[in-house]
Design a protein around this ligand. Structure first.
Ligand SMILES: Nc1ncnc2c1ncn2[C@@H]1O[C@H](COP(=O)(O)OP(=O)(O)OP(=O)(O)O)[C@@H](O)[C@H]1O
Ligand SMILES: [Mg+2]
Length: 691
């Protein structure tokens, strides 16, 4: 490096060179090849001149407006925050030795300054809102420093503007993590008229090192702060994610717990803690094994690291319940070993309820759906309502189609509508399947069995009703097993090792006389007594007075509303048939007859001939009134009044058309409304139509 004298000489030469360049036409190439002016500085002079910077101006730089300045400051907020304490520390040194320290953004905007260089010909608050770059002040240290990304020192006349010739300025870049210049830290010293030697020897050369070190410190802190902020962001995001996760888990009404590879419970949602009867501070301390049966293989299965599903009984100290446990292992991405396993505990009861509801085994009817006003049906309904409230088994006895199933469903819906209603028709199942259907089986217990096993209808009825229809047809050997289940309230699957507690109510139904079955040894007496604690006899339709008529009207309206059809009238003759027919198939037969009639009838009135032929014919046969009447009218030999004749004509026409009133009207040549009016007027009764 130069010593002080050489330096001064060199600066004098540079000063002269600048005059030659600015005033005497020194060519660019000559300037660039000048041995005592740094080539980069020479190039900057040339740029400054070509950009039209006035080297003699007194007030230099460009003022930014407030909003521009505000946005630049905001962009560099963190940098300013970091540099500020350094500037404050520097303050004393700066003022006493006429130093100024400055922070510029990469475009040359003053961000911070401290210290004074009093003789600078600038405004009152000279730096606030000023932009100093090559374009506005010509060659300067921080612009070169930002351009070449390394520390730069400019001494006196090396600056382009004459007003900056009394300064020694050292600038060091501050780089971001990608190595781009984001700002420059600048140390300026005012050259006084005292000796140059003093200045150089005392300070000049060290200032560049000093400012470079400071810039490095700011840069390091900036990086630190940024990574800290990033970490804080990551942490905030993690906290939010965790909270969202916890909220989600708490909304899941199934138990979710995680266990580590030793079985320690590491996490549990609200339902999970409820199932295990755990307090929050027991999490991390208790082991899942404490809640399982000694023979449980759950941990072995978990360690296999496969997504699986098992059924387990969990005992939380107070109660024992079975759960389907879904296992999802979480593997450590580094060790590739099991880290934790997430377990979802779903109540078997709930799953079973879902299965049964999906399979359509739901109870839809309530007592309100049991239509009828007869004393007999009201009595049966009343009894059923009272029995529904007890937990005892119920036996329904009634002829075919009397409504045993609808009663069973109504009882279920009145007692435990939330629980499953599982119906088993003992007569419809092949003998060899009844057992597995009722009791279920373990995986692989017989050929053709499901690999994972299957719960039986008894298990599926847990918490609800098992409707054993046609109980009289249950194989006698199974009756013994069923009796035991009813007594012990526990069941073992075929091929199973252990009993499972079950809680359900049986509603059994039969259309046979149970006493007779017991006598014939087709039905076990003990089972009969067990089931018939509460017995309801559902009366046949023929014992229900006018209920047939009421039910028929109900079925007609229900059907027509369903298919969007006009509700037809029912002729009095048909009403009479409904009320008097024997109905061996009871309500079901009545319903079928009504649907048949609606679909057969071609008019707005249902007539006897619209009914199924067996009903219609039986009525004809049974109605001896008809024959009597017919005789009376055929034997007429006396003169009758006109209206009597009219009545006879109508009866004859109706009889001829087989009860079809509109057709009879056609035969008589009168309108439909007239014939109906006359029927009413002459009080023609339905049996008189027939025949
Ligand atoms: N009182 C009633 N009110 C309304 N509908 C009824 C009534 N009784 C029976 N039903 C209807 O009649 C039909 C037969 O009823 P259900 O199946 O309950 O009889 P069931 O006694 O179980 O017959 P089965 O002995 O043949 O099994 C069903 O469509 C049912 O909806
Ligand atoms: Mg039935």
């Amino acid at each position: 490096m130069y010593n002080g004298v050489e330096y001064k000489e060199r600066l004098d030469r540079i000063r002269k060179l600048k005059i030659d360049f600015l005033q005497n036409g020194l060519k660019d190439e000559e300037l660039l090849s000048c041995p005592y002016l740094d080539r980069k500085i020479a190039a900057s002079w040339i740029r400054s001149r070509s950009m039209g910077v006035n080297p003699y101006a007194q007030v230099i730089g460009q003022h930014l407006n407030c909003s521009e300045l505000e946005s630049i400051r905001e962009k560099n907020r963190m940098l300013i925050e970091i540099a500020k304490p350094l500037f404050v520390k520097f303050k004393n040194l700066a003022t006493s030795s006429r130093y100024g320290i400055y922070l510029f953004d990469k475009k040359g905007t003053f961000l911070l300054h401290e210290g004074e260089m009093l003789e600078l010909p600038l405004d009152k608050d000279p730096f606030s809102g000023m932009m100093w770059n090559e374009e506005t002040v010509g060659t300067n240290a921080h612009s070169l420093c930002a351009l070449y990304k390394h520390p730069v020192q400019l001494v006196g006349p090396e600056h382009y503007c004459i007003s900056l010739e009394n300064l020694i300025v050292s600038a060091a870049p501050i780089l971001n993590e990608s190595g781009d210049v984001i700002a420059c830290l600048v140390l300026g010293q005012l050259i006084t008229n005292t000796s140059w030697d003093e200045v150089f020897q005392g300070f000049c050369l060290q200032t560049l090192g000093l400012i470079t070190a400071l810039a490095a410190a700011v840069e390091a802190q900036l990086k630190l702060r940024k990574s800290y902020n990033n970490l804080k962001d990551v942490n905030d995001n993690l906290i939010t994610a965790n909270k969202t996760f916890e909220a989600t888990l708490s909304l899941i009404d199934e138990g979710i717990i995680t266990v580590d590879k030793t079985g320690t419970i590491t996490c549990a949602n609200r339902e999970g803690t409820r199932i295990l009867n755990l307090s929050q501070d027991e999490i991390g301390k208790r082991n899942i094994a404490e809640f399982l049966d000694a023979q449980s293989r759950l941990m072995d299965i978990i360690k296999k690291c496969k997504n699986t599903e098992v059924e387990e009984t969990i005992c939380n100290g107070n109660e024992e319940q079975t759960f389907i446990i879904n296992i999802r292992p979480v593997i450590d991405h580094r060790t590739k070993k099991l880290k934790v396993a997430v377990l979802r505990l779903s109540r078997t009861k709930k799953i079973n309820a879902l299965v049964t509801s999906r399979s359509g085994a739901t109870a839809n009817f309530t007592f309100e759906d049991i239509i009828g006003e007869s004393e007999a049906i009201l009595h049966a309904k009343d009894k059923a309502k009272r029995f529904a409230n007890s937990q005892e088994n119920i036996l329904l006895i009634g002829e075919s189609g009397t409504g045993k199933e609808i009663f069973a469903q109504a009882i279920h819906n009145s007692y435990c509508p939330e629980g499953p209603f599982v119906a088993v028709n003992c007569a419809a199942l092949p003998r060899e399947l009844v057992e597995s259907e009722l009791f279920g089986y373990e995986g692989g217990s017989f050929t053709g069995a499901d690999r994972y096993g299957r719960p039986g209808k008894i298990e599926l009825a847990e918490g609800g009703t098992l409707f054993l229809d046609e109980i009289g047809d249950m194989p006698i050997e199974l009756q013994a097993v069923l009796l035991r289940v009813l007594e012990d309230k526990k069941v073992m699957r075929i091929g199973g090792r252990r009993y499972k507690k079950v809680d359900f109510r049986v509603i059994a139904a039969t259309n046979k006389d149970p006493h007779k079955l017991v006598k014939e040894k087709i039905f076990r007496e003990d089972l009969y007594y067990r089931l018939s604690v509460l017995k309801i006899i559902i009366p046949p339709l023929r014992e229900r007075g006018r209920d047939a008529e009421i039910l028929a009207q109900y079925f007609i309206e229900r059907y027509c509303n369903k298919v969007g059809r006009k509700v037809p009238q029912v002729s009095p003759a048909v009403v009479k048939i409904f009320n008097e027919y024997n109905w061996p198939g009871n309500v079901r037969q009545l319903e079928n007859a009504v649907l048949y009639a609606i679909n057969t009838s071609r008019s707005d009135v249902i007539e006897p001939k619209d009914l199924p032929v067996e009903i219609y014919e039986t009525c004809l046969y049974e109605s001896d009134n008809v024959t009597k009447n017919r005789k009376r009218y055929d034997d007429l030999d006396t003169i009758l009044k006109l209206d009597e004749l009219e009545k006879i004509a109508i009866i004859k026409a109706i009889t001829k058309t087989g009860g079809n009133v509109p057709e009879a009207a056609g035969l008589l040549g009168i309108s439909k409304s007239t014939i109906y009016r006359k029927i009413k007027e002459y009080d023609i009764k339905p049996p008189e139509f027939s025949g």
